[in-house]
Design a protein around this ligand. Structure first.
Ligand SMILES: Cc1cc2nc3c(=O)[nH]c(=O)nc-3n(C[C@H](O)[C@H](O)[C@H](O)COP(=O)(O)O)c2cc1C
Length: 694
């Protein structure tokens, strides 16, 4: 399932940069929601914040660890704001994995700002693991190890939507650990919540951080009082406002001599081979470094423009994560043909050289649709064929040497929301209510630019737009049955916003358009397998299995069923009983009936209960059925069986968790707190596994 659903588990993908969109969840998170708020408070109640003592010319090190790109994006935004504000100060931007852990910290030499997300349920991001382990194991007893004199601030990224029990644990532990090791916290940790509106959280933190630096400058003797600090903040905003007027300046192309006629007529434009205007000029940003463009003769609609970015692999410009491969689309069909446009799809991919295990995720790199890319090219006034030259400054956030068309197609998320600062620039106001004006109506950069009549330069877009992130999908096939094939299940996302704008999920629509044509020449997608060791069939085949799923949550369940059927065929010992509770929106939405019937016929599934929440005479929610069968469910729990829970996190996952808590209280004769403890032990012991997302 894609999750739009589940997959979006990690799917986090998502939305990583959007407010109130999909997010990953887990039962343990749901369980802990009630407790987490007070726990977080108590942890930080006693945290100490010390006045910033370093000089106003002290270098600032921005250090980030990011799994899906959000912390990285914020780190870049912080870098931009700081270099803007303090052009003469030494500001550096470093990914944790870029330097040896023991070389990353420089007490007394720099102010350290850490940004880190949480990935993999309470785990650090992959590019942060080494440093995180280093700092957590570092001892404070050895003088050489002491971090005394190191001033720091932490912006943590996490999600309460799906990970309340582990909300921001990495940022919080890091923040605590640094203090334990003698470092000085100059600002309370900020806990960005991707389950709500993390852009807003970062914006508020950034505002506070910049003010703190200004106050420090004032204390240092520049005689700036508090009102001045506030005025400064306001004039910084005025600058933002000025920026949107986008002054156009005459500049030279990096290597070309500008002809005398251009010198005289192009007062506000850059002479540029990548311009689409007749006179060869385009707009310039008065804030971001001018991108040097080279002409390219190929047409943007040529095949080359749509190819994947594998040619960048093993270069400094590599775009895909190691292990990303090109998978041929060998099947793509609507499973519920009468279920309308949001019917569930199944995508079949040839994966001859890919190793995966049943329960893993496939991480897909989507592309923006051609019509959206074209609309941006028109707005930017540039030629999509022009190549963004290799010689850009290091701060340029995307691979160099690609055409503008390729960059807009692959590297930036044109469906994402602009950051608050970018939105302010586009709207032309310093005070905006980001949630109501941008996040909830889901206005994109293009929407705002068109609505407010802004013309954007290429640079203003490239330096502020959200980078493209790959999307996570639960694999819906078993590697035992299909070692050379991967199936995904997804629902195409389409909806109309409160402002009446049609919105389409970027990846599900990308996949939908990867139609299958039965020839040797397949469409391809770029993707890699993400190992998911906490979602596996039990090692012992006779362990009883209970599977509970809703909608696209059927994806990983299909994989488990396929594997159990394969185990029956291979006569791999005694197969324990297996029960399935599965819910769909309506009978038309139902998928895999045949698969379920076949599994029952061969003995891979003992019984199945399929319910519909609407569209038929007898509707029921899966959670109601689970409650009705409470005694059986309890016997399963007590009998040492394993349980799988797959589907949407917020409503489906929460409803089933609530049913489990009721069952434990009723049949286990325990109170609510005891029921919560009971489920927690099941999770810890690997007897309750989930693949939940929204
Ligand atoms: C696989 C995965 C696991 C996650 N686990 C947690 C978690 O345990 N606790 C939490 O607070 N957030 C968790 N999150 C949410 C992310 O930390 C959050 O979306 C963050 O903004 C992502 O930042 P990044 O893109 O820089 O990695 C998880 C996200 C993913 C993708």
């Amino acid at each position: 399932m894609m999750h739009l659903g589940i997959s979006q588990r990690r799917l986090l993908t998502r939305a990583v940069n959007t407010c109130l969109t999909g997010s990953h969840s887990s039962v343990r998170a749901l369980l802990a929601t009630r407790q987490s708020a007070s726990r977080i408070q108590s942890i930080y109640w006693f945290s100490t914040v010390k006045a910033l003592s370093s000089g106003h010319d002290q270098p600032i090190k921005i250090l980030y660890a990011s799994q899906t790109g959000t912390a990285k994006l914020f780190a870049y935004q912080l870098n931009e704001q700081l270099t803007d504000e303090y052009p003469d100060r030494n500001i550096s931007l470093t990914e944790w994995s870029q330097v040896k852990p023991e070389e990353m910290l420089e007490p007394q030499k720099a102010l350290h700002v850490f940004l880190t997300s949480v990935a993999g349920v309470g785990e650090p991001p992959d590019n942060g693991r080494e440093f995180y382990e280093y700092i957590m194991n570092k001892t404070s007893t050895d003088d050489n190890n002491s971090l005394s004199g190191l001033e720091y601030a932490v912006f943590g990224l996490g999600s309460t939507a799906g990970h309340a029990a582990y909300f921001n644990v990495i940022g919080k532990s890091l923040d605590r650990r640094l203090e334990e090791l003698g470092a000085s916290r100059i600002m309370e940790i900020a806990l960005g919540d991707d389950g709500d509106c993390i852009e807003d959280d970062f914006d508020n933190w950034l505002d506070g951080f910049m003010k703190l630096l200004k106050e420090n400058d004032a204390v240092e003797g520049e005689q700036v009082n508090v009102e001045e600090v506030i005025d400064d903040a306001a004039s910084a905003m005025d600058f933002v406002q000025q920026r949107e007027q986008i002054q156009l300046h005459e500049v030279r192309h990096h290597s070309d001599e500008v002809s005398s006629e251009h010198k005289t007529i192009d007062k506000f434009t850059i002479q540029c081979p990548g311009a689409s205007s007749k006179d060869g000029t385009r707009m310039k940003s008065n804030k971001f470094p001018t991108l040097t463009l080279l002409p390219k003769s190929k047409d943007i609609n040529s095949v080359a423009a749509h190819k994947h970015l594998f040619h960048l692999n093993k270069t400094p410009n590599q775009f895909y994560t190691d292990g990303t491969v090109s998978l041929g689309v060998i099947g793509n069909k609507l499973l519920g043909v009468d279920a309308g446009e949001s019917a569930i799809h199944e995508l079949k991919l040839a994966a001859p050289n890919v190793t995966y295990t049943t329960g893993d995720h496939l991480v897909v790199y989507p592309q923006n649709s051609q019509c959206i890319v074209k609309a941006y090219l028109d707005m930017l006034d540039v030629d999509g064929n022009a190549i963004i030259d290799e010689g850009q400054p290091d701060s340029y956030p995307f691979p160099k040497g690609l055409t503008i068309y390729e960059t807009l197609t692959h590297c930036v998320d044109l469906g994402a929301l602009p950051s608050p600062s970018f939105a302010r620039m586009l709207i032309g106001k310093k005070d905006i209510d980001y949630k109501s004006e941008v996040a909830y109506p889901r206005r994109t950069v293009l929407d705002l630019a068109l609505q407010y009549g802004r013309k954007l330069s290429l640079e203003d877009l490239m330096y502020q737009v959200t980078p493209m992130k790959p999307r996570y999908y639960s694999i819906a096939s078993s590697n035992v049955k299909h070692p050379n094939e991967i199936r995904l299940v997804y629902r195409r996302v389409q909806y109309v916003t409160k402002l009446g704008m049609l919105r389409e999920g970027l990846c599900t629509n990308y996949l939908t358009h990867k139609g299958y044509i039965d020839t040797q020449k397949h469409a391809h997608i770029a993707a890699y397998v993400n190992i998911n060791p906490t979602f596996r069939l039990p090692k012992s085949t006779d362990t009883p299995v209970l599977m509970i799923a809703g909608g696209c949550g059927v994806a990983p369940i299909r994989a488990l069923l396929e594997e159990r059927v394969a185990l029956v065929s291979a006569q791999c010992g005694n197969l324990g009983p297996a029960t399935l509770y599965l819910g769909f929106r309506s009978p038309e939405d139902e998928v895999y009936r045949r698969t379920i019937e076949d599994a029952i016929t061969v003995g891979a599934l003992s019984n199945a209960e399929v319910t519909y929440s609407s569209g038929c005479g007898k509707t029921a929610l899966v959670s109601d059925v689970v409650r009705q069968h409470g005694n059986r469910v309890w016997d399963h729990f007590e009998g040492g069986g394993v349980t799988y829970l797959c589907g949407g996190a917020r409503s489906f996952g929460a409803a089933i968790e609530s049913a489990f808590l009721d069952i434990a209280q009723e049949f286990g004769d325990m109170d609510f707190a005891g029921a919560e403890r009971y489920l927690r032990v099941m999770i810890k012991d690997g007897r309750l596994m989930d693949d939940l997302a929204d």
